[in-house]
Design a protein around this ligand. Structure first.
Ligand SMILES: C[S@@+](CC[C@H](N)C(=O)[O-])C[C@H]1O[C@@H](n2cnc3c(N)ncnc32)[C@H](O)[C@@H]1O
Length: 241
């Protein structure tokens, strides 16, 4: 029932399309559209990559992804203030971390934080991950694809913006190595149910709702806030078969 309510606008009760249905909804269009019509952000921090508008940064991201096939490649979508990135990169120096965030201010603050901790196993991109990952991870390059507390986009007209969709789950299956996992954490139980249903419908994942909602990983900022206020959280994993 909670899942059904998630289909509906909480305020109006207006029915919306199945949220698992196609929703590429790349705001501003695909990579070509963005390059042709978008405006590059003025990035002040040299450690933040802009693979959408700068060819050399696009190549730098590609090189990071291809640098060492044996090095686990971990991608986080929506790292915000980089709290998880810093803790995870410090805990696992053997990984290559690649973070995507669509807000410039968050990219620059996170880059400063990583620098202040002397962490060199991370690269940060100012970009919608869905624009860039097809060129970087196709054919199964990722060990982990992490999505922590994505915006639920409750309103019917915004449903198309939700990250978890049939398309996203199918693309992620192509980006992950066999045995690699797509991990979602959320404080919206219907989002966890949506992720489970979408992953199960794909058929190429072993799907699990984790008993430990923190998945044994460092906490994100949102996770801390939930804990502080006593709000429950959930973790759903899809392991690529
Ligand atoms: C609700 S916040 C969660 C932040 C953080 N993961 C946490 O748990 O505290 C979602 C973040 O994802 C970013 N975001 C949303 N869609 C994205 C996308 N397609 N690619 C990269 N970042 C995205 C937003 O700008 C925002 O900072």
């Amino acid at each position: 029932m909670a899942f059904k309510q998630f289909h509906l606008a909480p305020s109006t009760g207006e029915a919306v399309a199945d949220p698992r249905s196609r929703s590429r909804a790349l705001i501003g269009g695909d990579l070509q559209m963005r390059r042709a019509h978008g405006t590059p952000s003025k990035l002040a921090d040299p450690d933040v990559l802009d693979p959408v508008f700068r060819a050399q940064d696009f190549e730098a991201v590609r090189a990071w992804c291809q640098r060492d096939e044996d090095r686990p490649l971990v991608v986080e979508i929506g790292f915000q203030l980089g709290e998880f990135a810093v803790a995870y990169c410090a805990r696992r120096p053997e990984i290559a971390y690649l973070g995507f965030e669509v807000r410039k201010q968050f990219c620059e603050e996170s880059a400063r934080l990583l620098r202040s901790r002397g962490l060199e196993n991370a690269r940060l991109c100012l970009a919608d991950a869905r624009l860039i990952l097809p060129d970087m991870a196709a054919g199964g390059r990722l060990d982990e694809l992490l999505v922590f507390f994505p915006d639920p986009w409750w309103k019917p007209r915004h449903v198309k913006k939700r990250l978890f969709s049939d398309d996203f789950v199918a693309d992620a299956h192509d980006w992950l190595r066999p045995g690699g996992r797509l991990l979602l954490k959320t404080d919206v139980e219907p989002y966890a149910a949506l992720a489970e249903a979408t992953l199960a419908a794909h058929g190429g994942y072993r799907v699990e709702r984790l008993a430990d909602p923190h998945a044994g990983l460092p906490w994100t900022l949102r996770e801390r806030r939930c804990d502080l206020h006593g709000y429950p959280t959930w973790a759903v994993a899809g392991v690529r078969q």
